[in-house]
Design a protein around this ligand. Structure first.
Ligand code: TYM
Length: 327
């Protein structure tokens, strides 16, 4: 069997430069080496309340972002999670494999549940079972994600090996692919927290749909550290975060960057970072807008068709192993 990749992003909030640098960028790079599946995970989005028309619009926008980022639908399978009902079906089965104690231990659940207080939906707790279903349905080898998904990947592996042990070898064991640089882009307004789609402060992130003036304003407002020297330094997390974004967008090495900014201050870094980002987003957004509605629809329909045929095969094996049979 060919080596496979699966990954996805939730159509909530606005996808930001952290999502691109931590995940999408690597999907694009890896798609030629692996058989690849990139999914807009709209069923994950409803684990917190969503406005229906906004969710529908975001789902299509995220698919456009995948394509604009360089996912080639002739090479990779791009689809929407809800178009392949096997995701929900396998998630239910994995809900009967995972323990509540394992789900309650997930840090993302704990963080999000804190915000929702007594209104936490059951789906927010069982979210990792759906994520494991996404991955295991395609007999995935590699899952390119940012650092925040590491724990979910570990749980996915635990569930795969538990299932294989109890019911016979069924799932391939997936591995996380977490890049050395860019796996954790921090918020511009607070380098102690990650750049997040659900952040209420819009100044924390540069979104992939921000216009040039917005990018310049946000970069200008970004917090900095004490000191004046522009170099990668763990004790100066705000500047190091800006430098990391600069490094990934320019493709320069950290040594080249430090030489370039020697003797220049934080203001110079911010102004160059803003321009580099604007120049990255300009063609990106042009590509997004150039994708016609019909083209998008047919790409997603074809993607769902292809995904379904593989998902169906896995589900057949899962049900057979578990003794789930009907008429
Ligand atoms: P999501 O939608 O929150 O984020 C999409 C991807 O972006 C990465 N990411 C970041 N990387 C670097 N710096 C950041 N500040 C940053 N914020 C987010 C995420 O790690 C992710 O790779 N649960 C997943 C979606 C999902 C999934 C899957 C992923 C559902 N099923 C199966 C892989 C495989 C999520 O909420 O990602």
């Amino acid at each position: 069997m060919p080596k496979r990749i699966f990954s996805g992003a939730q159509p909530t909030g606005n996808l930001h430069i952290g999502n691109y640098l931590g995940a999408l960028r690597n999907w694009v790079a890896l798609q030629h080496e692996y058989e690849s599946f990139f999914c807009v995970v709209n069923l994950h989005a409803i684990t917190v309340p969503q406005d229906p028309s906004a969710l529908a619009a975001k789902t299509r926008e995220v698919a456009r972002i995948y394509l604009a980022a360089g996912i080639d639908p002739k090479v990779s399978t791009v689809f929407v999670q809800s178009d392949v009902s096997e995701h929900a079906e396998l998630a239910w089965i994995l809900n009967c494999v995972v323990r509540v104690s394992e789900l309650e231990r997930m840090t993302q659940y704990k963080d999000k549940a804190k915000k929702q207080r007594e209104n936490v939906l059951a789906g927010l707790l069982t979210y990792p079972a759906l994520m494991a279903a996404d991955i295991l349905l395609y007999q995935t080898d590699l899952v390119p994600v940012g650092h925040d998904q590491k724990q979910h990947l570990e749980l996915t592996r635990d569930l795969a090996s538990r299932f294989n042990r109890d019911f016979g070898e069924t799932f391939r064991m997936p591995e996380a692919f977490i890049p050395k640089v860019g796996a954790k882009i921090q918020a511009l307004d607070d380098p102690a927290k990650k750049m997040s789609k659900s952040d209420e402060n819009v100044h924390g992130s540069i979104t992939l749909v921000d216009d040039a003036d917005t990018v310049r304003r946000k970069v200008k407002r970004a917090v900095t550290d004490s000191g004046t020297e522009v170099r990668f330094d763990a004790s100066r997390p705000a500047i190091t975060n800006l430098l990391t974004i600069y490094q990934l967008l320019t493709g320069k090495t950290s040594v080249e960057i430090e030489e370039h900014f020697a003797g220049k201050g934080y203001a110079q870094l911010k102004s160059e970072l803003a321009e580099v980002t604007v120049e990255f987003l300009r063609p990106f957004q042009a590509r997004m807008n150039a994708i016609g509605d019909e083209e998008l629809r047919s790409t997603l329909a074809e993607g769902a068709e292809k995904a379904r045929s593989i998902a169906r095969e896995t589900m057949r094996a899962v049900k057979e192993r578990m003794g789930i049979v009907g008429a």
